[in-house]
Design a protein around this ligand. Structure first.
Ligand code: ADP
Length: 399
C-alpha cells in the first residue's frame, strides 16, 4: 500500500513552476533577487546590504496593545515580500507605518537607505493598493488611473504616454472611458493596480488586494501581479493572511504572530525548515502534524501530512477517524495509539483514492528526513536532534 515518496507534490516545487509560468506571460528578465536573513543575526550583522526597504525594531502600541513589537526586516530592491499571518497579527499596521499613515511608537523605517520614519506619505515615493480598490465612481478608468499623477502635478505632456503604457500592460485599453461600476471585479482590481503602477515609484504596497475576488480570479490576478512586479522591477510589500498567496508569489515571507516576527525566509525554507511550531502549522494544507516525540518528553515531533505513508510494519499504530477523497489525493485523519490509549491526531495525505472505513487500524510511517523536531517548552525548531529510532520508517519498505 506504500505509494512512494517521489509522488508527493511539494508546495516548494509548485512555487518554482508558478514563478516560471508567471514569467512566461510577460517574458522579461527577472531581476536578480538575493534574500538575506536577519532573524537570528546580531544587531550589527542584521542590516549589511543596501535595501529598498528596511525596518529596524519598529513597534506600534495602541494603549496596552502591542500591534507591532520590535519588527526588523530588510528587503532587497526588486523583491516581493509578503507580510503573512492570521487576522490581528499586525500586518496592516506594519504596512500603514511603511506608507506613513501611522507613526511608529519606536524604531526606524528606511526606504532606499533614507530614513523616512517621520516623513509625510507623499515624501516617501511609494504607491499603495487597498483591499477596497478605492476607485472614484464618478471618474472614468483613465481619470482614475491618472488621478494621483494629476494631484502630484507631474508634467501633463507625459500623461498620455504613461496612461497608454499602463493600459497596455494591464489590458485596459478598450475600457478607458468606462466608469468603475461598468467593470468586473477583476477589471476594477486592474484599475487600482494601474493607479499604483503609473506613479512609477520603486516601492509598491498592497493590502489584501485580492480578497474581494472569487477563487479562480484570485489565482489569475496573483500571477498577473507577480509578473508585473518582476517585469517592472518593483519592490513590493504584499499583505495577506492566505498562505497560498504567500507561497506562490513571494521572494521573501515575513510571518507575523501577535505583532512579532515569527520567521523571515523564502517560501521554500518556510515549508522545509519552519522555525517554530506556529510557522510549521501556518504553512501547508492540512497543517503539519505535531505529536508527542516517542521517548522524548522535551520534544515535539512534526511531520507533514503529505509525507505520511501507510506501512506494513513499524511506524505508529493509528485508528481511522475519517477519510476525505479530494480527487488528486485523500486526506485520512487518524488517532494514533500510544500504549493502547488513543493519543494524538495524525493526518495523512495519500496520493490518489484511498478507500478506508472509519475505525480501521493502520500503521503510519515517514522517512527520517521528513521528521521535524521542536522544543516542547518554547516551540522552537531543534536541528540538533538525532531522529528517534522508533518513530521514522524506512520508506524503501513498502507495505
Ligand atoms: P492584521 O492586519 O494582521 O489583521 P492589524 O495590523 O490591523 O492586524 O491589527 C493589529 C492589532 O492592532 C489588532 O489587535 C488590532 O485590534 C489593533 N489595532 C489596529 N489598529 C488599531 C487602532 N487604530 N486602534 C487600536 N488598536 C488597533
Amino acid at each position: 500500500m506504500y505509494q512512494g515518496v517521489s509522488s508527493v507534490s511539494l508546495p516548494g516545487v509548485r512555487i518554482v513552476r508558478g514563478a516560471c509560468a508567471a514569467a512566461r506571460v510577460l517574458p522579461l528578465p527577472r531581476p536578480l533577487v538575493r534574500i538575506r536573513h536577519y532573524v537570528d543575526a546580531s544587531a550589527d550583522e542584521r542590516f549589511p546590504c543596501v535595501s529598498a526597504l528596511r525596518l529596524e525594531r519598529v513597534s506600534k502600541h495602541w494603549g496596552a496593545t502591542k500591534a507591532v513589537d520590535e519588527a526588523s526586516f530588510a528587503t532587497p530592491s526588486g523583491a516581493l515580500v509578503v507580510l503573512l499571518g492570521p487576522s490581528g497579527c499586525g500586518k496592516s499596521t506594519t504596512l500603514r507605518m511603511i506608507a506613513g499613515l501611522d507613526a511608529p511608537s519606536a524604531g526606524r523605517i528606511l526606504i532606499d537607505e533614507r530614513d523616512v520614519t517621520r516623513a509625510a506619505p507623499a515624501e516617501r515615493r511609494i504607491s499603495m493598493v487597498f483591499q477596497s480598490y478605492a476607485l472614484f465612481p464618478h471618474l472614468s478608468v483613465a481619470d482614475n488611473i491618472l488621478f494621483g499623477v494629476k494631484v502630484r502635478r507631474d508634467p501633463a505632456a507625459d500623461h498620455a504616454r504613461r496612461l497608454d503604457r499602463v493600459a497596455t500592460l494591464l489590458g485596459l485599453g478598450a475600457l478607458l472611458d468606462r466608469k468603475p461600476a461598468q467593470l468586473s471585479g477583476g477589471q476594477q482590481q486592474r484599475v487600482a493596480l494601474g493607479r499604483a503602477i503609473i506613479a512609477e515609484t520603486k516601492v509598491c504596497l498592497m493590502d489584501e488586494p485580492l480578497s474581494n475576488l472569487d477563487a479562480q480570479l484570485r489565482q489569475e490576478m496573483r500571477r498577473e501581479i507577480r509578473a508585473l512586479q518582476q517585469q517592472l522591477g518593483m519592490t513590493m510589500v504584499y499583505v495577506t493572511h492566505d498562505q497560498t498567496e504567500a507561497m506562490s508569489m513571494a521572494d521573501q515571507v515575513v510571518l507575523l504572530r501577535a505583532g512579532r516576527i515569527e520567521q523571515d525566509a523564502p517560501p521554500a525554507d518556510l515549508y522545509a525548515r519552519p522555525a517554530t511550531v506556529f510557522a510549521a502549522r501556518f504553512i501547508g494544507t492540512p497543517p503539519m502534524n505535531i505529536v508527542a516525540a516517542p521517548g522524548r518528553a522535551d520534544l515535539k515531533l512534526g511531520v507533514r501530512p503529505e509525507h505520511v505513508r501507510v506501512v506494513a510494519d513499524g511506524g505508529m499504530e493509528a485508528v481511522v477517524q475519517s477519510a476525505e477523497y479530494l480527487g488528486a489525493d485523500t486526506v485520512v485523519t487518524c488517532s494514533t495509539s500510544a500504549g493502547g490509549m488513543l493519543a494524538d491526531t495524525l493526518a495523512a495525505r495519500l496520493p490518489g483514492r484511498f478507500d478506508v472505513a472509519e475505525g480501521a487500524r493502520l500503521r503510519l510511517g515517514w522517512a527520517a528526513a521528513d521528521a521535524h523536531y521542536f522544543d516542547h517548552a518554547t516551540g522552537r525548531r531543534r536541528d540538533d536532534v538525532v531522529p528517534v529510532p522508533a518513530s521514522p520508517i524506512d520508506p524503501r519498505r513498502p507495505a
